[in-house]
Design a protein around this ligand. Sequence first.
Ligand code: TAP
Length: 494
Amino acid sequence: MVSTGSTTASTGSTPMFEYAPAPESRAVVDIASSYGLFIDGEFTDPGSGRSFKTISPATEEVLAEVAEADARDVDRAVKAARRAYSRTWSKMSGRDRGKYLFRIARIIQERSRELAVLESLDNGKPIKESRDFDVPTAAAHFFYHAGWADKLGYAGLSTAEPGAPKPLGVAGQVIPWNFPLLMLAWKIAPALACGNTVVLKPAETTPLTALWFAQICQQAELPPGVVNIVTGAGETGQALVGHDDVDKVAFTGSTEVGRQIARTVAGSRKKVTLELGGKAANVVFDDAPVDQAVEGIVNGIFFNQGHVCCAGSRLLVQESVAEEVLERLKRRMATLRIGDPLDKNTDVGAINSAQQLAKITELSAAGETEGADRWSPPCRLPEHGFWFPPTLFTGVSQAHRIAREEIFGPVLSVLTFRTPDEAVAKANNTPYGLSAGVWTEKGSRILWMAERLRAGVVWANTFNKFDPTSPFGGYKESGYGREGGRHGLEAYLQ
Ligand code: TAP
């Protein structure tokens, strides 16, 4: 069973461990009842006069009212970013820009506990993930790009003119709700390091850490207008990417919205990067260390409730070991602790929104209707909020919707293969191409697979590892452009 609070699932054969509650204090974060837009270094009321509520997905409690920016507000923000670009930021030396980025990175570290609690409240992810992954990795992105700011001339990027490559101007950036602060860092850190100014729109369901980041910009005394945050829904994002005075559009989100954005900017002078969806194969060969592979499978699909673009949502396991792998996987899934995101023992938190829960529920029902076998550890989920149990589908064929469509939830589809060629063919049989995993003890097989898998990232004997020095991005319908590493700088330079 799974009990509420920080909870454990258990099957009959698995010993049950009772954990005492270990809640992180909510008191470390002071949330105001309402927030305005962050434009030109100040929080201002929206011209629209409209606002929306952001809630905790774990409890459905309203956390704050947040301003909704309309096209006029977006225009104000873009004008502020243009002024800051022309008068201050593009004229500043890389060394001085770097100082601001280092300052921001250090403040993120200093305020990390506050940011982690806020992220878990607004997003529903377990505190151990926001504390140990999201926030430190966001700080790492600012540290890494701070180091680049005065070295762009040595990055080996070709330029039309001598000297350091030139920034593009104003970047319009739109991000999703799955890693709110981290996606912000992926966008803002390289843009600023390269000398651009930004207007960023966070997702409607997770605006709070972006508004905290605005306060951090004030604390770091970043010149007004260099960073502007406009909160709102899809229409706000549309106004931003369609604005005439935006030089660069950077989008992370669904393939469907990515297509709309590509149409909006087609034929304009805007430079674009699109980081879109995925349906990654996690391939386990018969010589893989099974316990490690099982940990990698669990991390691949249940990390962040499966709300991960590069999640290993298709397990391809070699037929000869499928039974053993599945048995151990089920045993491991039964120990996952589901519940209160602020409990330090929680492994799987809340689904981010009612809308996302409905999508996961619908696709899982389609899996059953199409004939796959569904399994979850016995679970009792919290009564309020949005929850979905860790779920496994076996007997999945390549034609099933659960093998083709991105579920973006804690749902794993299992397929089998007999030969390496069959594994490659099945892994590549997807419109996406963001990531893949390979589990085998043979180094030569890892290289053989990596050469053939059409994925931007291939992890070997690990999964979901991220580093600011390493470029990340997709093929096919997973988008184009790279974020992170030296490659990521190219997206923000002429
Ligand atoms: P989307 O619905 O595409 O939303 C992403 C962002 O775009 C949100 O801020 C959204 O605003 C905004 N938006 C919606 N319609 C828009 C429009 N017509 N023009 C401009 N902006 C618009 O995706 P999501 O559900 O938030 O995120 C999940 C998706 O993101 C998944 O497909 C996942 O794979 C992908 N993702 C990809 C990556 C990488 S690196 N490839 C990383 C994380 C997530 P609202 O939220 O306010 O509607």
